[in-house]
Design a protein around this ligand. Structure first.
Ligand code: UDP
Ligand code: MG
Length: 337
């Protein structure tokens, strides 16, 4: 699977065989960066490398669409998808991975912060057998204080509330073998949080450290609003823990409420110091409060289960089998478009 195809095959656009490597690049207003990125990637991987570069133009409002069109006429390796509007980085990434034809796919940013010189390292790890090569940003240099703080807060928040353990400094710079792409395609949800899901797929993975470069042109497209929305997606798309808050509150407050209710009865019956009406009001407030929280918790549990089903995630991912029909499904070469 990993052996390179010949150069002539690599340069045919309407190919029927897979390229060895797909480079997937989400791009939002990156007209200035794309030509630099494409030429650096082609340079680093060398002439004749069997690759395709798939740029997903996430509804850019600059000349990204025109740039892609003109460049694609001269660059057979370049393919593009242009969205009707801005759907966000994760959606663009997903579109790219779903349409990647390579025996492996590498996701990287368009702004050259994920250095093209690092690509051979990812590819070598894959050739050595890792199905999943993830990267960790080395934050010591080249990263602004705001980015450092916001990124570390982001991972703390997501890891605590979510159901996973994402390496701080993970970015969407990774390599996936085709079998991982196939597993990913079994996930039915549309608001997928790749960084959280990839480490849970269970394939042999390797994590490499890289130093990020400066953004080549333009400013970051990740506004605070987009970052918060990514964090919420991360938690809500992966975990049902927040829904459990009702159950936890019902247990904690329900216990306290029953103690308080007993106390109210004690004051009325034994001490006989209660004002008229106080005990009945206290009993109603504590009992109804506890029942409401309990019912909210029950609704939360059902909602959580409904959510899990609606996501349509695979119940399992098969890695190997001697059942022929199933094996054909796992290794089956989907038709290359
Ligand atoms: N991006 C995108 N859609 C968006 C925002 C960003 O496709 O709505 C792309 C962007 O063009 C870049 C990558 O996602 O290729 C990472 O974005 P950026 O560099 O702005 O984020 P940062 O590096 O500041 O976290
Ligand atoms: Mg960037």
């Amino acid at each position: 699977m990993n052996k390179p195809f010949s150069i002539t095959e690599a340069t045919v656009t309407n190919r029927t065989t897979r390229p060895e490597i797909s480079i997937v690049v989400p791009a939002y207003n990156e007209a200035a960066n794309i030509p630099v990125l494409v030429s650096e990637v082609l340079n680093v991987l060398g002439p004749g490398a069997d690759i395709e570069i798939l740029v997903v133009n996430d509804g850019s409002r600059d000349e990204t669409a025109e740039t892609l069109k003109t460049m694609a006429e001269k660059t057979p390796e370049l393919r593009y998808i242009t969205f009707s509007r801005n759907f966000g980085h994760q959606a663009a990434l997903l579109a790219g991975l779903r349409n990647a034809r390579g025996a492996c796919a590498i996701a990287m940013d368009a702004d050259l912060q994920h250095p093209p010189e690092f690509l051979p390292m990812l590819i070598d790890a894959w050739r050595d057998g890792a199905a999943l090569v993830l990267t960790r940003r080395d934050d010591r240099e080249n990263v602004s204080l705001f980015k450092k703080i916001s990124s570390s807060a982001f991972y703390k928040f997501v890891n605590v509330l979510g159901d996973f353990d994402i390496e701080p400094g993970s970015a969407d710079f990774f390599l996936l073998d085709r079998k991982v792409l196939r597993a990913l395609n079994q996930f039915g949800e549309s608001r997928i949080f790749l960084r959280g899901i990839l480490p849970t797929l269970g394939y042999e993975k390797q994590i490499l450290d890289y130093s990020p470069a400066d953004r080549r042109h333009g400013a970051s497209k990740y506004t605070l609003r987009k970052m918060i929305s990514l964090g919420l997606d991360g938690i809500l798309s992966t975990s049902i823990n927040p829904l459990r808050l009702g159950t936890i509150a019902a247990m904690a407050l329900g216990g306290l409420a029953s103690i308080y209710a007993l106390y109210a009865i004690y004051v009325a019956v034994v001490l006989k110091t209660a004002l008229p009406g106080w005990t009945s009001v206290m009993l109603v407030v504590t009992i109804i409060g506890a029942i409401q929280l309990f019912v909210l918790g029950v609704i939360g549990e059902y909602l959580g289960r409904a959510l899990t089903e609606v996501r349509g995630r695979p119940a399992y991912i098969v890695a190997e089998t001697n059942i022929e029909a199933l094996a054909a499904e796992i290794d089956g070469e989907e038709t290359v478009q």
